[in-house]
Design a binder for this molecule. Structure first.
Ligand code: ATR
Length: 282
């Protein structure tokens, strides 16, 4: 429906923001639920983030999502943040409550919900998980896996110190064993794993391919990639060729959007095949 003067407002703040799929995704749900609302892209440079966020209550926004490069800075700018967002070190969802900015992080939720939906038999606590990469996306994935009870999370990263920093900041607070492996150990790290997650940019369209030998990965291990352009990354193709179960990365984007939509518009939205098709047809 076309927004009226009483429309509920939310949006996504990024720099750049024009490639964000979030307006399309939230726009689909607004239409589907016949909600009088609008969800707009907001291009805000990093040096203007403080000003932009502090203006949200006065502008009548119910909240926003944050995308690159703002998630870490937003943590410092919220009046309140939850434990998980602080542990991850990033905020991707802000809800305006009584004039205050309340920040949370739904990336870990989105990651786990995507696996639950795509691989209902997979269990986090059954076997070690291998996470390739130690950037912002990896922090959310490692926090999610540790919280879901993974007995061991093996972080494999090109820059070993970055993985060590991540393990040191997340491990003690979560009570999971988090081990660190250099990039040259990536093949061996797959032994006995129940899950393999790529959080690096390798395999993304226009990026280098991920060079990984899957021979040591158990045949029943679940493989997932947070890259979703292309949807079937070379890693997922290789996993499919050897019969491993797999889940693509688009679902994480779709599921992470649900908590924000519910908070701003008062309806719990669903991730459906029709939504996937709509977002993919962008
Ligand atoms: P994000 O916040 O989206 O996770 P990021 O912080 O830029 O993105 O992290 C990108 C990840 O891809 C990092 O783990 C990076 O490894 P480094 O920490 O060593 O930089 C990884 N990555 C990028 N290019 C890579 C390459 N050519 N080989 C191995 N890892 C790579």
């Amino acid at each position: 429906m076309i927004p009226s003067g009483k429309a509920r407002l939310a949006g996504v703040i990024g720099w750049p923001v024009e490639h964000s799929l979030s307006p399309r995704l939230h726009g689909y749900w607004l239409e589907h639920h016949r909600i009088d609302g609008a969800y707009v892209p907001l291009a805000v440079a990093p040096e203007d983030l403080r000003t932009a966020l502090s203006a949200l209550p006065a502008l009548g926004f119910r909240g926003v999502n944050l995308t690159l490069p703002h998630k870490e800075q937003a943590l410092e700018l919220c009046h309140e943040t939850d434990d998980l967002a602080r542990r991850i070190g990033a905020v991707n969802t802000i809800v305006v409550r009584e004039g205050k900015l309340v920040g949370s992080n739904s990336d870990a939720f989105g990651f786990l919900e995507n696996l639950k939906e795509g691989a209902p038999d997979w269990r986090a606590d059954a076997a070690p998980a291998v996470v390739l990469g130690a950037g912002g996306a990896s922090r959310a994935v490692v926090a999610a896996l540790a919280e879901a009870g993974a007995p061991e999370v093996r972080i494999v990263n090109r820059t070993r110190e970055r993985a060590e920093t991540l393990a040191a900041s997340l491990g003690p607070s979560l009570g999971s064993t988090i081990s660190v492996h250099g990039w040259d150990q990536r093949h061996e790290a797959l032994a006995d794993a129940g899950l393999l997650v790529n959080t690096t940019t390798l395999g993304m369209a226009s990026q280098a391919p991920l060079d990984l030998d899957l021979d040591g990965l158990p045949a029943d291990a679940l493989v997932t990639d947070i890259v979703y352009t292309p949807l079937m990354t070379p890693l997922l193709e290789a996993a499919r060729a050897r019969g491993n179960p797999l889940v693509d990365g688009l679902g994480m984007l779709l599921h992470q959007a649900r908590p924000g939509f519910e908070a701003w518009y008062g309806v719990r939205p669903e991730v459906t095949p029709a939504l996937r098709d709509f977002v993919l047809s962008a």
